[in-house]
Structures are given as C-alpha cells and as structure tokens.
Design a protein around this ligand. Structure first.
Ligand SMILES: *Cc1c(COP(=O)(O)O)cnc(C)c1O
Length: 524
C-alpha cells in the first residue's frame, strides 16, 4: 500500500480501483491527491517577498531566534489550493444528508450567519466597558428567556460551551446542593445503560460514581431495577429523554418523583430536545437540571470541533447553585446576574463558581436566537414534529428489510440492529463503509451499546421526502446486496473515497500530530 512519510496510506490500490490503473499523479479525476503543507511547500523558500530590515535595533535580547522558523513556504495560490482541496474531501451538512443519530445534524440557515456577523455582535470584546455591550447582554437575556419558557424553568446558566460542559455545570450544581445539605455521603449516580458516554464521564469527573440501570424489553428504563437501586446514598439520576434509542421515556414523571422522594436530583441530558420542543416542557416533567445543545436543537453549526454551546437550565431547587454569570426569570423577562447576590435581596444565591472566563459563545447565542425568532413558537413546534415524522418515515420504509431494534414508532431517530446482516458476512461497519461509496455519510454506528451492531439514523426535519426516499432506496439496495451474498463488495468498501479503511484504532491511540522532515534526505 502506498504510504506517505508519516506512514499513512494515501491512495486507492490500483488492483481494487474500478478504474483499473493507478494514476501518475495520485489524483483521481477531480479528487486531487493532497500531501501535507510541509510536503508540498519547502522550508527553504518563503511565500512572501519582504526586504530584510536594515539597521533595526533588535530588542529581543536572548529571545532572538537562532535557527530558521521551520514553516513551509508556499505562494499564496499554492496555500489557497491546499486548503480548498482539503475542504473538498470534507463531508458537510451543506453537501448532503448527515444521518448521524444523537448528533442532530440539521441545516444551519444562512440568516443565522448573517445576524452573527453583524459588527455589533461579532466585533465586540468581553473586556469592553459594560455600557458599550448592552445590546449583547440584551440578546443573551432574550435567548435565556426563550430557553426558560421552552423548558419551564426559573434559571439558566448560559456559559457552558458544549453539551458535555453543560452536564458538568449541572452535576457541579447537584454536588454543591448536596454539600449545602451536608449530605456528602450521597455519591451514587444512576445512569441508564443506553446513556451517552459523556454522562458517566461527567458524574465521575464530579467525584460521583455511577450505577448502571438496565433497559427493559422496550428499550426504556427498567422501572423495577431502577426502584431497587434507590437509597440514601443516591445523588441523582442522569437520564436522556427521548433516550438514545430514540424512544420517549414514558415513566419519566414517576422516575422524577421517585428520585426526589429518595433525596436525589434529576439531571436530564437535553441533547435530544429537538424531538420535543414546543410539545413538552422538561420542567413540567420534574427535571432539576438540563443542558440544551444549541448546536443541535437550535441549528447552530457543529462538527469538526465546534464551537458548541450548552446552556443549562435549573429547577427552583438547584437555581441558587447555578454558576456565575446566570440568568433568572423576572416579571418582565430575564435578568443577567453577574455576581453573587447581584440584586438578590434575600441572598439565596450560592453559585458554585464560574465555568468560563466570560459569558459563553456569543456567536452561537446570536444564531440560536435568530433561529427561534425566524421560526416563531409554531415553527419551532413544527420543526420537532417534522423531525419525528421524518424518522418514522425512514423506520416505516426500512423496517421490513432492515431490523428495527425495538417495536413501535420512534421519536426523532430510528434505531436498527444487525440481525438483518446475520450470516451474510457483512458487519455494521462494512455496511456503513459501503454507504460512503454511495455518497452518504454513515449513520451513527455501534451506539447505543445496548443494541447489537446498532445503526442509529437521525434525518432531522430539514430533509425533504424525496431526499429521504433516495436515501432509503440506497439502504434497501445495500441490504439486498448483502442478502444476495455480495460480501466482497462490502469488505472492500469504500473504493470511491479519497482514503480506504484507515487504522482508526491506531490513529486514536498513537496519533501522529507532528511532521518530521524525512530523515534520509536530511542526512544527504
Ligand atoms: C451530543 C450529545 C451529548 C454531548 O454534547 P456535546 O455538545 O457534543 O458535548 C450528550 N448526550 C447526548 C445524548 C448527545 O447526543
């Protein structure tokens, strides 16, 4: 296999390339081979042509650079082409359906981008005098107000910068509340086995330990097992609703009551809020804290490293422990509290501290509020309903060929297991790789862990019926090919992608993050 200097396979092998030969350039049509910037450029040349400064006084003293800077020199068009070529290897929500379950990869309206780029929002700095950023504060308060209205909760911390960060925020508030009650022995957190990995990770990070609740036959919390786990060492439960199997936890009110009776708190993972906005208010279901992934539910961009935004709402019981700055509901809207007991006459606030230096992700706030206001209350509700309708359409079209993990309808995502691939020699991973050859980003695979060979498909509300039909036709075609014994095609896939199967485990365990000049040439 052809490898670059970093030991990465760079090309499709010609014997499996349907083109039948290896191209001289390594490019395949418009899919152009692209080496690293360091391999393309040269350390000896520079892309800029500035005269050496004459007679300047060097004030760097011992800090003066002695060797060359070690960056590759490229002319502007070469640098530009490098990044454009890389961008063309990316799959993006603006390119095609992105059916990753649990991730809610929905369209990011351009209106959001336009608003976020207004200089009054985009070009301000958190250290500016407060009186010059009142508009930004108003925007944060307005967004906070909508989040409190949609969830029916009295307080929200806007600063968490992602869902996982919001979980940290909520669990730290729970810990602070328990400590304030003097109950330092409550350290057990109940987590359903279908939970997202960030839930147990967060609990442990906050000094709790987790205790797993099994799922019942329908894919929901096993209520008998849950009741058996309640006790006076229980700090709370972390539950996602709809859960990661795409199912509504019907017993959620009873779960909330029982956890409260046992003296614990209810952390709700709100990553799947997109399925219920405008239909259900989590505050009415008895939650004490819940993060909202603005980058999922409210259409702000994500993937490729963010930035995300994970505002966390609180119940009456936990509101006093919310981190600074936090926002509370007032008679005429919402008010940003910047300091402990800031305007709090009865001195109830006992914030656990700060999570970030400033207020959170201003750009995400602007996008999310734009999305809310452009949809209106009825539009937000319809978006949730359409997301659920789309997922059920996929479930209905595929369920006789692929095997749904659970009976009945689903919420915003449809979950299949790998029973339909039994005895075909094709695995969930092979199936997903074959989708890449068909031009589709694969669905979420092998998650949730409770389902064997899981395939979790979330179309979101932004896909049209014809788009969903094309997608379903491809999946049905692939399932038929697997059933017909065409396993080789699946094992070879992808053959049309810039890269074939990479050693993903090695890439994760031993990432090569630094370029080193080829040793042999350097020695010559
Ligand atoms: C996405 C997700 C998270 C984590 O959110 P991030 O913003 O990626 O940190 C947590 N739980 C569930 C169920 C999710 O889907």
């Amino acid at each position: 296999m052809s490898m670059n200097t970093q030991g990465r396979p760079t090309r499709i092998e010609h014997d499996i390339d349907p083109g039948g030969y290896e191209t001289l350039s390594g490019s395949r049509g418009l899919d152009q081979a692209e080496p690293l910037l360091f391999e393309r450029g040269s350390l000896e040349v520079t892309g800029v042509d500035l005269p050496t400064p004459k007679g300047g006084l060097n004030r760097l003293g011992t800090m003066k650079r002695e060797g060359p800077i070690g960056l590759p020199g490229l002319a502007e068009p070469e640098a530009m082409r490098h990044y454009v070529r890389l961008s063309r290897k990316n799959y993006a929500i603006d390119l095609g359906l992105y059916p990753l379950g649990s991730c809610t990869m929905k369209h990011n309206p351009r209106l959001n981008e336009k608003m976020a780029r207004l200089p009054g929002f985009a070009d301000i700095h958190p250290l500016q005098p407060e009186k010059t950023v009142q508009g930004a504060y108003k925007l944060i308060e307005e967004l906070a107000r909508w989040l409190m209205v949609l969830t029916n909760t009295p307080a929200v911390a806007m600063s968490p910068k992602a869902g996982a960060h919001g979980e940290l925020c909520g669990m730290m508030a729970i810990r602070a509340a328990l400590d304030a009650r003097g109950e330092t022995g409550r350290r057990r957190v109940l987590v359903p086995e279908s939970a997202h990995g960030t839930n147990p990770a967060t609990a442990v990070q906050c000094g709790f330990f987790t205790d797993e609740i099994p799922a019942d036959k329908t894919g929901r919390v096993d209520m008998e097992a849950f009741k058996a786990k309640l006790g006076d060492d229980v700090a709370g439960i972390m539950l996602t609703n709809p859960n990661t199997c795409g199912l509504f936890e019907r017993d959620i009110k009873e779960i909330a009551d029982l956890i409260h009776e046992a003296g614990g708190y209810f952390y709700c993972d709100g990553a799947n809020f997109n399925a219920i906005v405008g239909r259900v208010r989590p505050g009415d279901l008895g939650i004490d804290a819940m993060h909202i992934n603005l980058h999922k539910t409210f259409s702000t961009p994500h993937g490729g490293g963010g930035p995300g935004s994970g505002p966390t709402v609180f119940s009456e019981a936990l509101a006093p422990f919310a981190p600074l700055p936090f926002i509370v509901k007032t008679a005429d809207g919402a008010q940003l509290k910047m300091a402990e007991n800031d305007g709090d006459a009865d001195g109830e606030a006992r914030p656990f501290g700060r999570l970030t230096a400033f207020h959170g992700q201003m750009g995400m706030f602007t996008r999310a509020l734009t999305y809310m206001m452009s949809h209106g209350a009825d539009g937000l509700k319809q978006a949730s309903e359409d997301a659920v309708l789309n997922a059920n359409y996929i479930l209905a079209r595929l369920k006789d060929v692929m095997t749904p993990a659970f009976d009945g309808t689903c919420m915003h995502e449809a979950l299949f297991d790998d029973r339909f691939l039994k005895d075909t020699g094709v695995t969930t991973l092979d199936f997903a790789k074959a989708m890449i050859d068909e031009g589709y980003h694969p669905m979420t695979m092998y998650f949730p862990l409770v389902v064997h060979g899981a395939m979790l498909i979330e179309p979101t509300e932004t896909e049209s019926k014809s788009g969903l039909d094309r997608f379903c036709d491809v999946l049905l075609g692939l399932a038929a090919a697997a059933a017909a014994g065409d396993a080789d095609r699946f094992r070879a896939a992808p053959v049309h992608a810039p890269m074939r199967r990479l050693d993903e485990t090695r890439a994760a365990r031993q990432p090569v993050l630094r370029w080193t000049p080829p040793v042999a040439e350097a020695a010559e």
